[in-house]
Structures are given as C-alpha cells and as structure tokens.
Ligand binder design. Structure first.
Ligand code: NAD
Ligand code: ZN
Ligand code: ZN
Length: 239
C-alpha cells in the first residue's frame, strides 16, 4: 500500500503512459540517441532512472515510432515537462502540449472595415499585449530579463464563420501558452525577447508589404494546419 502515486508530469510516468513495451527490438536505430534499438540507450550512464533499464524499448501508441524509453525520458526532460510527449520523427502529440509564453493578455473585437480581398466582410482584430519581464526555469536564460517589442501586436481575420472557428482555436492556443515564446527574433536578431511561435498571424491591415497581410486566400487553412501541429484542432472545440 505504499505504491508511489502516478504523477501526471513525472518523466518516467509520462513516458510509460504513452508507450507500449517492445519485447524484441527491431533492427533499427533509435533516432534520439542514434544507437541501435537492440542495444542499450546512448544515455546509459548519463541519465539513470531506477525503473528504466537502458535496454528497454517502447513504441508510441498512435504513430508506432520506437525509441529507447530512457531516450524518451531524456527528450522529455529537455523540454518544458508539461506532461505531454511529441514524437521527434512525425511530430504526433501525446497528451496536451503547452508552451512557454510569458504572462500577458489577449483581446479581440470586430471592426467595421474590410481586409483586402475580403470586401463586404468586417474584420476581427486580435490584440496581444505582453510586457517585458524576467525569465523562469522554462525559458532559455532563467533569471535574466526578456524584452517585449512592438506590443500591443494587432492581428486580423476576416469576420466570417471559418475565422470564428480559427479564433476559438487561437484562444485555446493562447490558454495553452503556445502563441509566443521567448527566444531570438529572426527579424531583429535580438536575443531574450518575446517572439511569435510557429502559428502565423496577419499583422498588416490595409496592404501586404511584409507578407503578413492580405489578400491571402490560403491563410485560414494554413493557420489551422499550424494549430493542428501544436495539438489544437476542431476535435478540441466543445463550444
Ligand atoms: P521573428 O522575427 O523571430 O519571427 C517569428 C515568426 O513570426 C516567423 O514565422 C515570421 O515569419 C513571423 N513574423 C515576422 N514578422 C512578422 C510580422 N510583422 N507579422 C506577423 N508575423 C511575423 O518574430 P518576432 O520578432 O516576434 O516578430 C517580428 C515582428 O515583431 C516585426 O516584424 C514587428 O511586427 C514586431 N516587432 C516590432 C518591434 C517594434 O519595436 N515595433 C520590434 C521588434 C518586433
Ligand atoms: Zn535511444
Ligand atoms: Zn511518430
């Protein structure tokens, strides 16, 4: 009766939750450590876990990709340890992926103007506001300041049914802290600053000088694909 309670975020428990044990490892490489699956994990001696022998191999449930369990533990410990796993080969997500977006606020409202290519349609404007602050352990340089440039940032969607679905998904992404992250801006080269995180937004209203404007007939489909890659899709929408 002294069994350790299962911990939602404990590395060993997370890796076991999403894998099945493989008795006879196939003759393939583990793409995390680059050793053969049939031999011990490259993390043997580097990382030790009581319950996880370096020879153990697991298969991820949905996608079936196989790795040493110890390698999955190492990968998980390298990330933000939110209780989820992402297959490094095919990017399938297990559990609920969250990010490291710093505190701030997201608002939206409808404005009575049309975007280029969307005449007769009003516009949804999303406003993200994030102040500068101090990095925590989930960020690249804990304890160091981060800057926040160009906030509030304004983003635009044509006010139609599909966009309202996208807006709900963006709100979910915001709540899971996936819209921004702290890193190096590829535009300015500044380090330790708040940057967009793989979910593209349209920040230009009446023109398209930056490429982040309209018209762009594929934008809503593209951003839905980017959201899905972060584990956010219509199947999460409960209304
Ligand atoms: P980044 O440059 O590291 O790029 C990350 C992603 O954001 C990339 O996918 C990129 O394509 C996209 N992106 C780049 N510029 C964008 C824009 N104008 N609108 C929408 N997406 C954009 O990310 P970052 O440093 O967060 O973004 C740079 C943008 O941030 C600048 O273009 C500007 O809009 C804003 N900014 C403003 C100031 C300011 O002082 N006003 C300073 C720095 C950044
Ligand atoms: Zn391995
Ligand atoms: Zn996979």
């Amino acid at each position: 009766h002294s069994r350790k309670q299962l911990n939602r975020k404990n590395p060993e428990d997370v890796v076991r939750r999403y894998t099945e044990k493989i008795k006879t490892a196939p003759d393939e490489d583990c793409t995390i450590c680059m050793e053969r699956l049939a031999t011990a994990s490259g993390y043997e001696g580097v990382l030790s876990y009581k319950g996880i022998k370096p020879e153990l191999v697991g298969k991820l449930g949905k996608c079936g990709h196989m790795y040493h369990l110890l390698c999955l533990v190492a990968m998980y410990k390298n990330g933000n340890k939110d209780g989820s796993l992402q297959c490094p080969t095919c990017k399938a997500i297990y559990g609920e992926k969250t990010g490291t977006q710093p505190p701030g606020k997201m608002e939206y409202h409808v404005i009575p103007h049309s975007l280029p290519g969307c005449s007769d349609t009003k516009t949804i404007r999303i406003v993200y506001d994030i102040p500068a602050g101090i990095q925590t352990t989930e960020h690249p340089n804990p304890g160091k300041k981060y800057s926040a440039r160009g906030f509030p940032r304004h983003c635009y969607l044509p006010d139609n049914e599909k966009s309202r679905k996208v807006l709900k998904l963006l709100i979910m992404a915001w709540d899971r802290r996936l819209i921004f992250t702290i890193g190096t801006s590829s535009t300015t080269g500044e380090t330790d600053t708040v940057v967009w995180n793989e979910i593209h937004h349209k920040t230009e209203f009446g023109s398209n000088l930056t490429g982040h404007g309209y018209p762009d007939p594929n934008y809503l489909d593209n951003v839905m694909r980017e959201l899905a890659a972060q584990g956010i899709g219509e199947d999460n929408l409960k209304d």
